[in-house]
Design a protein around this ligand. Sequence first.
Ligand code: FAD
Length: 314
Amino acid sequence: METTPEHIKCLIIGSGPAGYTAAIYAARANMQPVMYQGLQPGGQLTITNDVENFPGYPTGVMGPEMMEDLKKQAERFGTDIRYGLATAVDFSGHPHKVIIDERKEITADTVIIATGASAKWLGLESEARLNGSGVSACAVCDGFFYRGQEVAIVGAGDTAAEEATYLANLCEKVYMIVRKGEMRASKIMQKRVVENPKIEVLWNSVTDEILGEHAVEAVRVKNTLTHEAREIPVKGFFVAIGHEPNSTIFQPYLHHDEQGYLKTIPGSAKTNVDGVFACGDVQDYTYRQAVTAAGSGCMAALDAERFLAALGEH
Ligand SMILES: Cc1cc2nc3c(=O)[nH]c(=O)nc-3n(C[C@H](O)[C@H](O)[C@H](O)COP(=O)(O)OP(=O)(O)OC[C@H]3O[C@@H](n4cnc5c(N)ncnc54)[C@H](O)[C@@H]3O)c2cc1C
């Protein structure tokens, strides 16, 4: 461990839309924010192509380009953007302690957590290869690209059921691949799926392979009872088997739900610890969009600024 801790007024952990928006606001409020980018500088949007629903880009924008724009905007006002991963925290007193890369200790008056949530994937080679070329973990983000076409979605929870219904409003047909003979989704969501004429549920089925060289062309589905395989031509393949919030190191100190999503006080970005704020997907099970992440990043910076002002430190 490096000997003298560095003291920071406002530490931002994570560099997705939430973190960068928090940085823009904190920097413009003269809080001299320092951001650690983590293992995925720019966050989840750096692994997608077209983003068509972020306001301000009338012809759409490539995900990595949009994140570069956000980074430049945060830098323009003086955000100190650094490589590094928060590996441990101590929120038991004030100032808060954060360890970076297991060796550098930081003390911070305010900490803004914007570490996002990672989509869970099936783990197939074809899924990784075709990610962004027909394979997606976000129906609301990418469903529009497949309007009028046939798609498949894998998953059996509420999110999968919701996303299947969302896709059915856009696509010609939706195959829903469900591992068991029943779904985990609530009764009402299941009913909506089963009664939707555009959704065909493939019960007791698993994805064997996603087919296509440069883009998704079909999915090979295996029935777990009969072991029969079937190839279904589809243009889009959606994975909806859940997300994992990147909150493990914070959980000993911060209230969270059973999945690990951090809890914030409704209508704010405040956590249960004074001076620690959370924004973006790490605290949002429901919306998980870039614009909602950005909005909550703004809230976190404003809450942090007001917290410092109340302490007389800003
Ligand atoms: C394939 C795909 C396509 C998508 N398309 C769209 C779209 O078209 N439109 C849309 O609105 N949304 C889209 N989304 C959703 C959108 O990307 C997310 O809602 C948004 O990125 C969430 O922002 P965030 O800032 O909360 O977190 P993220 O973007 O997930 O960023 C998290 C950041 O935290 C960092 N981090 C994590 N742990 C640590 C740590 N311990 N220390 C330091 N840093 C850490 C990571 O490196 C990363 O920089 C898509 C998502 C995916 C996966």
